[in-house]
Design a binder for this molecule. Structure first.
Ligand code: HEM
Length: 139
């Protein structure tokens, strides 16, 4: 795969994964606000599960061209190690959202809607430095 194709596909699948990273916590907010209406809860949990699965596939598809750019085209440096570390933290956040979704599916308690809205801002705090690192390659 050529360099430009690898980068284009990388960015495309990163966009798709980030959509899931940002939207899964929004579904958790909706579950927390649904209270004890089982039909609403079940539908939201189903939407969440599908989004979570989609996110895993998109992450895998973003990772492959990303590793190719790093290892094959040898675009990297200190910034790339910093970026990768933050990506690992972002992935851990995504898994954590999935753990909360599974807890909700079992009928367990979630944090309140306001706390979940703050939780939803965390990926932004990670995405901004990731983008600054990859666009600016500062070190
Ligand atoms: C999954 C692990 C990842 C790896 C191994 C990886 C690796 C890379 C590499 C080596 C480049 C090439 C830079 C260049 O050609 O200039 C790149 C580009 C890029 N990556 Fe990633 N990346 C990963 C995840 C992410 C994530 C999660 C994001 C966003 C949140 C992201 C956003 C971008 C963007 C926007 C570019 C294009 C930057 C530019 O052309 O200026 N990547 N990535």
């Amino acid at each position: 795969m050529g360099y430009l194709w690898a980068k284009t596909l990388h960015i495309l699948f990163v966009i798709a994964w980030m959509a899931a990273v940002f939207y899964l916590p929004r579904i958790l907010v909706n579950i927390a606000e649904a209270g004890d209406v089982p039909a609403v809860r079940e539908r939201l949990v189903l939407m969440g599960r599908r989004l979570y699965g989609f996110g895993h596939v998109m992450f895998g598809l973003a990772l492959l061209p990303g590793l190719m750019l790093w290892m094959h085209y040898r675009i990297g440096g200190g910034w790339m190690h910093a970026k990768f570390t933050l990506v690992v933290v972002l992935f851990a956040y995504f898994i954590h959202s999935g753990i909360w979704l599974k807890r909700a599916a079992r009928g367990g308690q979630l944090p309140g809607p306001t706390a979940l809205r703050w939780y939803n801002e965390l990926p932004l705090v990670l995405a901004v430095p990731i983008l600054l690192l990859v666009v600016g390659k500062p070190f």
